[in-house]
Design a protein around this ligand. Structure first.
Ligand code: HEC
Ligand code: HEC
Length: 248
């Protein structure tokens, strides 16, 4: 595979660093650089590493081995013993390949490109909120998924790591109802969405739909009427109310 030096540089990693001057012929400081240029200077290396910790919301020891736990002086930076470091190398290659090959192929040219943070958003494992919740619901049940939502919201609200707008819980409820046939679970998630967004008409419309699907016509009507109180022009709510009136 042809790889130019540029593709392997931190610029191609999208780290946007000012390449700090390592004078030509300077001694190689680091022992085990396989992706970064071997003569990477100290400042540039540290900036790259800080970009990693920021992007993933972790500390150095997520990837680097601390020979004596708790003792920062015992860090063995060159060691590859930790799996995360090896995964990170794969991610560096992937990012370089996106920026060096795939993006230009897709767009002809690109502006800025992809960085670790583009996907990771401060998380070691960059899943979306609905993915996290569905996975938790599947493994540990709906109550645990709801507890997980509260915990993540407490910790990450406003950081941009997760999307706490109504859509995420909406997607979870929809998937539970349509793909898993779990109407009761879907309703619990919609109730959470209502609790978090009591002023949002769409959330009440969704509750009405699920209540209707569940045979709770009285509840469905109350939800639609509440949606229309919040937003008298809401088209979905209007249409549902018409159907309810017309159908009887
Ligand atoms: C997400 C994983 C990750 C995190 C977090 C991380 N590093 Fe690294 N680090 C790497 C990888 C991967 C390499 C090897 C790069 C290569 O092969 O070109 C490396 C290499 C290094 C090296 C060079 C070691 C040598 O002699 O070869 C040093 C020093 C270093 N990191 C310091 C740090 C510091 C300090 C921090 C915290 C601010 C940190 N790293 C955080 C993944 C990480
Ligand atoms: C195109 C999106 C994307 C980019 C860019 C990206 N990652 Fe990842 N990364 C992922 C995904 C998705 C996962 C989870 C993979 C899985 O669960 O199988 C992941 C997982 C990881 C993990 C393993 C975390 C764990 O808990 O096991 C590390 C470490 C990591 N990435 C480091 C990096 C670093 C460092 C960069 C920048 C050089 C980077 N990633 C860039 C998408 C990305």
């Amino acid at each position: 595979m042809k790889r130019s030096v540029f593709v392997l540089s931190t610029a191609a990693l999208g780290l946007g660093l000012l390449v700090s001057g390592t004078p030509a012929g300077a001694q190689e400081e680091y022992k085990n650089l396989q992706i970064l240029p071997k003569d990477t200077g100290k400042q540039e290396l540290l900036q790259t590493m800080r970009a990693f910790t920021d992007a993933l919301g972790v500390r150095c020891d997520f990837c680097h081995l601390e020979r004596v736990p708790g003792d920062h002086n015992s860090m063995d930076w060159a060691s590859d013993d930790l799996e995360h470091k090896q995964i990170a190398r794969g991610m560096m290659k992937m990012t370089a390949s996106i920026n060096g090959d795939l993006l230009p192929e897709a767009t002809g040219e690109h502006d800025g490109g992809v960085q670790c943070v583009t996907c990771h958003r401060g998380l070691p494992n960059p899943r979306t909120l609905d993915q996290v919740l569905l996975r938790t619901a599947e493994r540990d049940g709906i109550e645990t998924a709801i507890a997980k939502y509260r915990e993540l919201r407490e910790r990450f609200y406003g950081t941009g790591s997760y999307d706490f707008s109504t859509g995420s819980l909406g997607k979870v409820a929809q998937t539970l109802a349509q793909e898993k046939g779990d109407l009761a679970g879907a309703l619990q998630i919609v109730d959470l969405n209502v609790e978090m967004n009591p002023e949002n008409a769409e959330v009440f419309v969704m509750r009405a739909e699920l209540q209707a699907a569940n045979g709770d016509d009285v509840g469905a009507r109350a939800s639609v009427e509440h949606a229309l109180e919040l937003d008298p022009e809401n088209r979905h709510a209007k249409r549902m109310l018409q159907q309810m009136d017309g159908g009887k």
